[in-house]
Structures are given as structure tokens and as C-alpha cells.
Design a protein around this ligand. Structure first.
Ligand SMILES: [Fe+2]
Ligand SMILES: [Fe+2]
Length: 149
């Protein structure tokens, strides 16, 4: 039996990459993940679970594209590896969605739990790698734009 508590997720400062526009994306993304949790833990209709997974998929596609555009601007050396991981996450979201329609409850709930963990781990492990390299230069650019704008 899974408790709502173990599913719930909220933003915390340890998730901050220190780049305002990325943090803003991640905050919204975490909120969408929590809405998915809520649908699962309170046993909402499967159609609602699907809708909430779809919003995670849409948001992830937009966010990953934004990150990959930043990588181009930064000439980030790990860009290709990172983009490959984005592709795997997108695939996991799609697979979880199809399990909601075709799998047993246990199958898709487990898939959903793993998916949530994988998405959070991606922020904490992979996004933090570029954060460490670019947060200073990025903030300097943003500050410059504000000053010049
Ligand atoms: Fe990200
Ligand atoms: Fe990423």
C-alpha cells in the first residue's frame, strides 16, 4: 500500500541550478509531477492520470528544447550526452502513458513511481553538471541584459 506522503514532491532549494530561467521551468515541472502524484495517490480516473502525464510530456519537451538551446549557446561539451538522456526520459514518459492504458495498476503505478524518480534525479545529477559550469556566466549575461536593456 502506497501512502500519499511517500509520493508527494515539492520544490526545495537543493533543486536550484542557480540559473533563474531554468529554475523557473523546474519549479513548474515539479508542480506538474506533484499533480500527477495526486492523481495516482487519490485514485483519480485513469483519463485524468493520462491528462496529467500528457502535461508532463508537453512541459518536458519544451523544457528540454530550451536547455538544449542553452547548451548550443554555451558550447557545452556534454550537450550530446545530456540530450540523449532527455530523449530517454521522453521515452519513459511515453511508456508510462501507454502502461496506464494497457497495463495493470501495479505496472503503471510502478512505472510512474520510477519515472518521477528518474525526472528528479535528472535535475539533481545531470542538470547540476552544467549548473556548476554556467551559473556564473549565465547570471552575468542576465545582469548585463538588465543593465543594458
Ligand atoms: Fe532540466
Ligand atoms: Fe536536462
Amino acid at each position: 500500500m502506497m501512502e500519499a506522503r511517500t509520493w508527494s514532491i515539492s520544490w526545495n532549494d537543493a533543486m536550484s541550478v542557480g540559473i533563474a530561467e531554468v529554475d523557473e521551468d523546474h519549479r513548474r515541472f515539479i508542480a506538474l509531477l506533484d499533480r500527477f502524484n495526486e492523481a495516482v495517490s487519490s485514485r483519480m480516473a485513469l483519463t485524468e492520470v493520462q491528462v496529467r502525464l500528457q502535461s508532463i510530456l508537453d512541459d518536458a519537451l519544451a523544457h528540454f528544447a530550451r536547455e538544449e538551446e542553452l547548451f548550443r549557446q554555451w558550447r557545452y561539451a556534454q550537450a550530446d550526452d545530456h540530450a540523449r538522456m532527455h530523449g530517454q526520459l521522453v521515452e519513459s514518459i511515453r511508456q508510462t502513458k501507454s502502461k496506464v492504458s494497457d497495463g495493470t495498476d501495479v505496472q503503471w503505478i510502478n512505472a510512474g513511481f520510477k519515472l518521477k524518480q528518474a525526472l528528479i534525479d535528472h535535475i539533481l545529477q545531470q542538470d547540476m553538471k552544467y549548473a556548476a559550469l554556467y551559473r556564473d556566466s549565465r547570471n552575468a549575461i542576465a545582469a548585463g541584459a538588465m543593465r543594458d536593456g
